[in-house]
Design a protein around this ligand. Structure first.
Ligand SMILES: CC(C)(COP(=O)(O)OP(=O)(O)OC[C@H]1O[C@@H](n2cnc3c(N)ncnc32)[C@H](O)[C@@H]1OP(=O)(O)O)[C@@H](O)C(=O)NCCC(=O)NCCS
Length: 332
């Protein structure tokens, strides 16, 4: 096989060719879903999304044809042992050993950066990726339900959700008001109850300082970070929140991020209330918003049901796969 693998060089890169490859693969694995626009790909490769650490990339060529891409995100803080790896081979070049060769090419960088575990988070269940991962010694550690709210098809009456008695809603874009910062940081910690399957990934340990750092990171990337929180009126504490980011390079798309209800306040409809209000607020200020996308651990039946109630429809699931960087050693 005349495959040549090299480090991706941003200065010499043909981003349109990279995008063409990803779009061709996307149409095979997620038919009917809109692919990532070129501008968004360029932006993400210039700077990974908040929480995704730093990234390195490799390209695989056959002659002049780009046939494969590999990306490793070196997560940081509590996830510093994990390299999140995504390998894509052009559909016309599959089953020729290229995916395996790309995997072997990234392993030295994972070892050099002290990674013990390699995880793939973007394998569409039931596709070639799942079978390939099994053949390469990965095991499934998590199933992730993907849901999307397509605003043109949704029924707005689903967003008429009352605020439960004893709570009031508070919402902001950019930075949490100082008055609720401490309890908002504590509420963010409630995401730790969201199941992660057997993935080695750990949710961030939230603190007021970390909240401010994450807000600054989002701002630096031009992300519009919107939060709707439910405040418990008696204590003034944040009891629940939901977060959606809108990216300037993809203004018609909302990225749902964390939603959590503090344990003592669960079972009162706060999750549905903050989510419904988020959709209303977003559409009032961004009427061109066409879609909000979200992912949830498959075991998390409550969140999946809340999303359905607010008008999200279910898409093909993703699986997360994992193996040791050096087989024969314990992965973590
Ligand atoms: C997954 C992917 C990278 C595999 O690329 P590839 O070049 O076709 O993979 P290889 O040729 O190295 O496959 C190695 C082995 O994996 C298994 N495999 C790969 N694709 C398979 C399929 N469609 N059905 C069954 N087994 C498959 C086979 O055992 C294969 O060996 P064989 O061809 O000798 O039988 C490619 O299908 C792809 O780009 N998918 C979309 C992105 C994705 O899901 N990536 C997941 C990795 S993070």
């Amino acid at each position: 096989m005349d495959l040549e693998i090299a480090r991706f060089d941003p200065a010499a890169a043909d981003m349109a060719a990279c995008h063409d490859l990803l779009v061709a693969s996307h149409h095979v694995d997620l038919p009917g879903e809109p692919p990532l626009p070129l501008a968004e790909l360029v932006g993400r490769w210039a700077r990974p999304l908040p929480g995704m650490g730093t990234a390195e990339r490799w390209v695989g060529f056959r002659g002049d044809d780009l046939v494969a891409l590999a990306q490793v995100n070196f997560l940081d803080a509590e996830n510093s042992a994990i390299g999140v790896t995504h390998i894509v081979v052009h559909p016309a070049a599959r089953r020729a050993g290229i995916g395996g060769a790309m995997l072997r090419a990234v392993l030295p960088a994972l070892r050099e950066r002290g990674r013990r575990v390699i995880e793939g988070w973007e394998v569409v269940a039931g596709t070639a990726g799942e079978r390939w991962a099994a053949a390469m010694g990965f095991r499934r550690v998590r199933t992730v339900v993907r849901q999307a709210l397509v605003t043109a098809k949704a029924d707005p009456s689903r967003w008429d959700v009352p605020v439960p008695a004893g709570y009031r809603l508070l919402w902001w874009a950019g930075g949490a008001p100082d008055a609720v910062l401490d309890s908002y940081a504590a509420a963010r910690g409630a995401i730790h109850d969201a199941p992660l399957g057997e993935s080695d990934y750990r949710w961030p340990r939230w603190s007021p300082a970390r909240v401010r750092a994450a807000e600054a990171e989002a701002r630096a990337q031009g992300l519009e970070q919107r939060i709707v929180a439910a405040v418990h009126e008696r204590t003034g504490d944040v009891a629940a929140f939901t977060e959606v980011c809108v990216h300037p390079r993809r203004p018609d798309w909302g990225y749902q991020r964390d939603t959590a209800v503090v344990a003592a306040h669960r079972g009162r409809g706060l999750g549905r209330s903050v989510k419904a209000h988020m959709v209303r607020w977003l559409l009032a200020e961004r009427p061109a918003l066409a879609r909000i996308g979200t992912t949830t651990g498959a075991e998390n039946a409550h969140m999946i049901r809340v999303n359905r109630e607010v008008g999200f429809t279910t898409l093909p699931s993703m699986i997360a796969v994992q193996r040791a960087v050096s087989p024969g050693t314990r992965p973590a």
